[in-house]
Design a protein around this ligand. Structure first.
Ligand SMILES: C[S@@+](CC[C@H](N)C(=O)[O-])C[C@H]1O[C@@H](n2cnc3c(N)ncnc32)[C@H](O)[C@@H]1O
Length: 276
């Protein structure tokens, strides 16, 4: 094993070390990683660049590298996710437009609760659509939650991954979750549904998308199979009849549903419910 002591600074800002009798040149970054790997190896750990890990949906996409990539591309983080990562330019705005067409913004929307706000791309466009006085987010990724909290001045709520425990019953105009319930198991989704129904005020709206049979056919199944995603809960499918029955049973009317893109030619179905 090579020890860090055997390394020396070479010309051009590179570092050189002897490995199996040959000199190897490393950049400052690689050298730092190499030194860390050496130090952590006895603990069985290795330092790795954080990639998007689909089996770990509670942590969302890497924070720093995504912000940097968006900046390099000269795009807002939301536009970068839509256009570059998901290859679905305009998808976020299309969802907001669909919600508007179904009456979500027809009356003043003073309070919003959003589950799984991620980068805040829906926060940004929702604020633009209705300028709410109170906007709360429940987000399991602390780094993204803090970023969205300070960037958009929204309230970051303690998040246990299934409840809206800091929000009182019946006082919120719009309760929404976008691209969240396709990435978590069924049970927390259903618990979130009870919570969304609880905190929504009469005349308010609950909006979320799920991967229903309207989004699944044999060709789409093939795309998922070949997507290379090392899965965890993602993608989680849900019968549309269950969502319709569940909210109908709790006194909601369905204002409508529509399909929005979810990358690689796939879609997800957005449901807009109004509490009667
Ligand atoms: C696929 S991302 C979608 C983010 C954002 N809504 C968007 O469409 O850009 C799912 C988000 O939900 C968060 N999340 C995952 N599980 C959660 C849970 N149980 N409760 C709250 N947020 C969760 C993730 O950290 C991530 O930010």
């Amino acid at each position: 094993m090579t020890s860090v002591k055997e390394c020396r600074r070479s010309e051009g800002g590179k570092f050189a070390l002897m490995r199996r009798g040959a000199e190897v040149q490393l950049s400052r970054h690689k050298m730092a990683k190499y030194a860390l790997d050496l130090a952590m190896a006895p603990l069985g750990l290795e330092v790795r660049r954080r990639e998007h890990d689909f089996s770990d949906t509670r942590n969302f996409i890497p924070f720093h590298s995504t912000l940097q990539a968006a900046e390099r591309a000269g795009l807002s983080i939301g536009d970068y996710i839509d256009s570059v990562l998901n290859k679905t330019p305009g998808a976020t705005q299309a969802t907001i437009d669909g919600m508007r067409a179904l009456g979500v913004f027809a009356r003043p929307v003073d309070s919003v609760v959003e589950i799984g706000s991620g980068s805040g791309r829906y926060v940004e466009k929702t604020i633009a659509a209705c300028a709410p006085k109170r906007y709360e987010i429940y987000e399991t990724s602390k780094v993204w939650a803090d970023y969205v909290g300070s960037k958009y001045g929204v309230v970051v709520r303690p998040t246990d991954g299934k409840t809206l425990s800091s929000t009182s019953a019946g006082g919120t105009d719009l309760v929404q979750a976008h691209k969240v319930f396709s990435g978590i198991p069924s049970l927390p989704t259903w618990i979130y549904w009870t919570e969304m129904s609880r905190v929504c005020r009469k005349g308010g709206h609950v909006v979320f998308d799920i991967l229903t049979e309207a989004c699944l056919d044999l060709g789409t199944l093939e795309k998922w199979v070949n997507s290379g995603i090392e899965n965890g809960a993602y993608p989680a499918a849900m019968p549309r009849s269950l969502a319709l029955d569940y909210f109908s049973d709790r006194g909601f009317d369905i204002a409508g549903t529509f399909l929005v893109p979810m990358g690689l030619g796939r879609t997800t179905e957005v449901f807009v419910f109004r509490k009667g």
